[in-house]
Design a protein around this ligand. Structure first.
Ligand SMILES: Nc1ncnc2c1ncn2[C@@H]1O[C@H](COP(=O)(O)OP(=O)(O)O)[C@@H](O)[C@H]1O
Ligand SMILES: Cc1ncc(COP(=O)(O)OP(=O)(O)O)c(N)n1
Length: 267
């Protein structure tokens, strides 16, 4: 069986972070493992608080996994602290996993900062160059290049600028633009547009986490990057479409609808 590891933050409500990643890995038939980098007190209405796990403990979790189990793909999500980012980069350089999907999580949908301001440079210098693909949303891509992005042309230019920071490829996500959601992949030579179908549901908590872990799961299963993204887009649409009626705020996606169709919100 193929395996995938998520290095990310815990979301107590189960919609984003480590919990979304592990559900996604399972739905892709991949054995999921986790390194918890931070714990959030969070629900569908917002983030109440964040506590970082110590860099030493993050390093030990990574060692525990790589010294025992083959890892076919790694997904990195919320890591808020500079020292933690540096330890993760150091360990991944030592263990050299084949695929690294980096979701540069910065702010939650509800507006809570999930990356400390002083950690941005470490993210750029230490983690970006290790990524097979980096998956910023519009705001995150804008923060990386210190410019706001508001249309497809600016997304293409942002992808190019971020590419020059060192990752193998860049996928700028357009979920926050009006209209059908299109994501743009740049590999240093060409742009590829992945056009999606907008699902008009209030179940978008954790969509970024789900997309990046679905890409990691597909890479672990041996798909090419382009196929991994195509399949992940289709997966995310299904999980939003069949979103669960859970919580009072922005509801979670549904990773179980294919097995338990009765759990879907169909209105
Ligand atoms: N309402 C939606 N319907 C279909 N796809 C969506 C919707 N919202 C986001 N997506 C897709 O989900 C993924 C995550 O996108 P986005 O919302 O831009 O990122 P984030 O959750 O990191 O802010 C992207 O592939 C995006 O195109
Ligand atoms: C623990 C944790 N990690 C990441 C996020 C952000 O996830 P995302 O998929 O971008 O979802 P929203 O916050 O936009 O709903 C998070 N909230 N918590």
């Amino acid at each position: 069986m193929k395996t995938a590891l998520t290095i990310a933050g815990s979301d107590s409500s189960g919609g984003a972070g480590i919990q979304a990643d592990l559900k996604t890995f399972s739905a892709h038939g991949v054995y999921g493992m986790s390194v918890i980098a931070a714990v959030t007190a969070q629900n569908t209405q917002g983030v109440l608080d964040v506590e970082d796990i110590s860099p030493d403990m993050i390093g030990k979790q990574i060692d525990a996994i790589f010294t025992d189990i083959p890892v076919h793909a790694v997904k990195i999500g919320m890591v808020s602290d500079e020292a933690s980012i540096k330890v993760i980069a150091e360990k991944l350089q030592t263990y050299q996993p084949e695929h690294i999907v980096l979701d540069p999580v910065m702010v939650s949908k509800s507006g809570y900062d999930l990356l400390k301001a002083e950690a941005k440079q470490a993210l750029i210098e230490a983690l970006l160059p290790l990524a097979t693909v980096i998956t910023p949303n519009l705001k995150e891509a804008g923060v990386l290049i210190d410019q706001s992005i508001s249309d497809l042309e600016e997304m293409e230019q942002a992808a190019k600028q971020i590419y020059h920071m060192g990752p193998e490829t860049v996928l700028v996500k357009g979920g926050h633009l009006e209209g059908e959601p299109a994501d743009i992949l740049f590999d240093g030579k060409t742009w590829r547009h992945f056009k999606g179908k907008r699902i008009h549901k209030n179940n978008t908590h954790g969509t970024g986490c789900t997309l990046s872990s679905a890409i990691a799961g597909n890479l672990a299963n041996g798909h090419s990057l382009e196929d991994a993204i195509l399949k992940a887009k289709s997966y995310i649409e299904g999980t939003i479409e069949h979103g669960l009626a859970i919580g009072k705020g922005v509801g979670p996606t549904n990773h179980l609808y294919q097995w338990f169709p009765e759990t879907s919100v169909t209105d």
